[in-house]
Design a protein around this ligand. Structure first.
Ligand SMILES: NC(=O)c1ccc[n+]([C@@H]2O[C@H](COP(=O)([O-])OP(=O)(O)OC[C@H]3O[C@@H](n4cnc5c(N)ncnc54)[C@H](OP(=O)(O)O)[C@@H]3O)[C@@H](O)[C@H]2O)c1
Length: 484
């Protein structure tokens, strides 16, 4: 078991108190953090370690209770003893010097393994990495030195390339762990197990049997307090470049020769490489965008903002397996439900053997992988409705309920933090993966910025998005699956 020191830049921020410390607390409670492992938070505001513990405790408690677990004050007190705070500006040499002094005097395993977590604004990633590098915090003499970088990673191909270049000046690719927390979800990892841990699905997983694939990541929440930031980003940058393309690559990739970080990521990059990059005109024709009503009233959003809060995009994976099978991706805020799923829509049987009841279109087979919240897998197939006379067909589901079978699922950040400590980068994005994802999404973002681009269509909060999203599929004779 690793005994690293975990250094969190951005200690007093939202991510740290809502996700990172709760995840470390849970790892500690389940015995996965060694007794000697220490967590050092750093931010510019002056606090003592004791004040820092008191500051984060209520937020950690809230996160633990919200996930349906019990709160034990004694367990927290024991964990809190390993939480420390160092005040300083990590983007300045002086700040990193103060941190260095703390580590020299207080680290349980002096000079041992260290994980540096960048839970700060994205503009600071390269600054902090540079200060760490200049102070020698990148040198792996006695223990590892790894940096964990949060999303967003750049805002287009050029900026992501520049962030990679600057990080690589001080840290090698093997030392960089780029987070997309979606990959930490068990249900997302289960896509690979479902495909490659079974022999019955993979022979059908191709253009011969599959008509199209849908990937939906719907959020019920609106932009809320993040409106100012969100308006400079929009749904394509916020969700498509990362979560949706990550899920797509797991659904579409070839099996790697070994379950190792680089072999797995090589296969994901190959899928991304096969996606056709559209011209601006093609991008507009294969996309529908929306903005929920009331978006302009959110604090920090300009009245004339054309930032989409919803998008549906059609992508083509142009390779041997998928040629001609459209991948429809959609995501939005202010939708009916918080709901993420992958739908594998199979083709209809080659001919209709059974008479169809008037007005009842036959439903072809479908596999639905529900990523959240009712995690599970549904297999829809035709059955004969019991009757003495005739043969009437009706589609029915076989359902695997993840939580019902296994109980609660671990939080994504637990898995990812543990993997980063153990040096398993399988569930983190490599630099080339990120850059290729931007290359795919950039034309969609840029085409919307053109003067002649249509404005995002309004949709009501609590709906399934704008009608143009339905038209995108309807013109190809298809429909979206209803949001769960
Ligand atoms: N919140 C989420 O759920 C979430 C989800 C996914 C990704 N992320 C990403 O995670 C990062 C952090 O997000 P957040 O929501 O936690 O932000 P936040 O609430 O604004 O917190 C930022 C933190 O950074 C500290 N900070 C600012 N400048 C610093 C510096 N020079 N040196 C050291 N600390 C500094 C701030 O404290 P001081 O002002 O005291 O320095 C504060 O603790 C962002 O990149 C965000 O995009 C967040």
């Amino acid at each position: 078991m690793p005994v690293p020191t975990i250094i969190i830049f951005g200690a007093s921020g939202d991510l740290t108190s809502r996700k990172l410390i709760p995840a470390l607390f849970r790892l500690d409670s389940t015995g996965l953090l060694k007794e000697e492992c220490q967590v050092v938070g750093m931010a510019r505001t002056e606090h003592t370690s004791e004040e820092f513990r008191q500051l984060v405790e209520p937020k950690v408690k809230e996160a633990i209770l919200a996930s349906g677990q019990s709160w034990f004050a004694g367990t927290w007190s024991r964990f809190a003893r390993r939480l420390h705070y160092v005040a300083g500006d990590a983007a300045l040499p002086q700040g990193v010097r103060v941190l260095g002094d703390w580590l020299k005097n207080r680290e349980a395993d002096p000079g041992g393994d260290r994980l540096y977590y960048f839970a700060v604004a994205p503009e600071l990633y390269t600054e902090i990495a540079a200060r760490l590098g200049e102070a020698g915090h990148n040198r792996e003499e006695r223990g590892f030195r790894r940096v964990v970088v949060e999303k967003p990673f750049g805002r287009d191909l050029a900026s992501a390339h520049e962030v990679n270049r600057q990080l690589n000046e001080h840290f090698s690719e093997k030392q960089i762990y780029r987070i997309d927390h979606y990959l930490g979800k068990d249900t997302v990892q289960n896509i690979l197990v479902f495909r490659f841990g079974n022999s019955m699905f993979e022979p059908l997983w191709n253009r011969r049997y599959i008509d199209h694939i849908q990937i939906t990541v719907a959020e019920k929440v609106t932009v809320g307090k993040r409106a100012g930031y969100y308006d400079t980003s929009g749904v394509l940058r916020d969700m498509f470049q990362s979560h949706l393309l990550q899920v797509l690559s797991l659904v579409a990739m070839e099996p790697p020769s070994q379950f190792s970080a680089d072999r797995l990521r090589n296969e994901k990059v190959k899928v991304l490489d096969s996606i056709l990059i559209p011209s601006p005109g093609e991008a507009l024709a294969s996309m529908a965008t929306g903005q929920y009503t009331g978006y302009h009233d959110e604090k920090g959003v300009p009245q004339d903002s054309r930032t989409p809060t919803f998008a549906a995009v059609r992508l083509q994976v142009d390779n041997w397996r998928w040629k001609g099978v459209p991948f429809y991706l959609r995501s939005g805020k202010g939708m009916t439900n918080r709901y993420s799923e992958v739908t594998i829509q199979f083709r209809e049987p080659p001919f209709r053997l059974f008479p169809q009841r008037l007005g009842h279109e036959p439903e072809a087979n479908r596999i639905t992988i529900v990523l959240q919240p009712d995690e599970g897998i549904k297999l829809s197939f035709q059955t004969k409705v019991p009757a003495i006379e005739g043969t009437e067909l009706q589609a029915r589901d076989l359902f695997f309920d993840y939580k019902g079978t296994y109980g609660s699922l671990p939080e994504a950040y637990e898995r990812l933090l543990l993997d980063a400590m153990q040096g398993d980068a399988s569930l983190f994005m490599r630099g080339d993966e990120i850059e290729r994802s931007w290359e795919i999404i950039d034309p969609f973002v840029k085409s919307l910025a053109e003067a002649n681009a249509p404005k995002p269509e309004s949709y009501s909060i609590g709906s399934d998005g704008p009608p143009s999203a339905n038209e995108l599929l309807a013109k190809e004779g298809r429909v979206w699956q209803k949001l769960g």
